[in-house]
Design a binder for this molecule. Structure first.
Ligand SMILES: Cc1cc2nc3c(=O)[nH]c(=O)nc-3n(C[C@H](O)[C@H](O)[C@H](O)COP(=O)(O)O)c2cc1C
Length: 179
């Protein structure tokens, strides 16, 4: 595979990912969910601390618990959820200012999940606007573990509208040289 093909394939994959907010009821197999998580396992992390754990929810009863923390009609269509959790005690903290890199590390892993899912024609959506206490209570998440994002995952409902890519102009986000 030459570099041009690899770039184009990656660009196509990145373009195909979108925030999916309507799913088919078809279940996602545990093998497929594991394949998706295998790409999060390979994500880089500060000092290779890998301060992450992924709770997989694929039973209707536990899905109900997740929905209680983010009660939206569209979320109810998801057949499964991945809860990406961070452990602040394991994460690297920068010596110069103490900055905790949990969120940075988790964000990379989560995006690997979303892109891997897209490569398997699965839809996902980052959800951060959930109630942390409700989610922790529903899933018995211990005190020192922070749920960073809920990721609904499932086969997209083909009738749903795909949101258009609304992005800043590339020339407005690049600064060549000094700021
Ligand atoms: C950190 C983060 C948090 C987000 N939280 C939510 C959320 O709580 N609910 C939601 O519907 N979408 C959420 N989104 C999805 C964004 O709205 C979406 O990525 C953005 O509008 C761009 O659209 P696209 O993903 O379809 O390209 C979140 C995305 C990110 C990266």
């Amino acid at each position: 595979m030459n570099n041009k093909d690899t770039y184009q394939q990656f660009l196509d994959l990145v373009t195909s990912r979108y925030s999916c907010r309507s799913y088919q009821a078809t279940p996602v197999s545990r093998d497929t969910l594991k394949k998706v998580i295998a790409t999060a396992q390979l994500a880089p992390s500060a000092c290779n601390r890998q301060p992450w754990e992924f709770i997989i929810i694929d039973t209707p009863e536990l899905c109900q618990g997740v929905i209680k923390s983010y009660d939206r009609e569209w979320v109810k269509t998801a057949p499964a959820f991945i809860i990406a959790c961070g452990n602040h005690d394991e994460a690297w903290h920068r010596a110069s200012d103490g900055k905790d890199h949990t969120d940075v590390d988790l964000s990379i892993a989560i995006e690997h999940i979303c892109l891997a899912a897209a490569s398997l024609e699965l839809g996902t959506c980052w959800i951060c606007n959930f109630d942390v206490d409700i989610l922790k209570g529903q899933l018995n998440i211990p005190e020192n573990i922070e749920p960073i994002a809920i990721i609904p995952i499932g086969y997209p409902n083909m009738d749903a509208t795909i949101p258009s890519k609304n992005r800043k102009n590339i020339e407005d986000i690049i600064k060549w040289g000094k700021y």
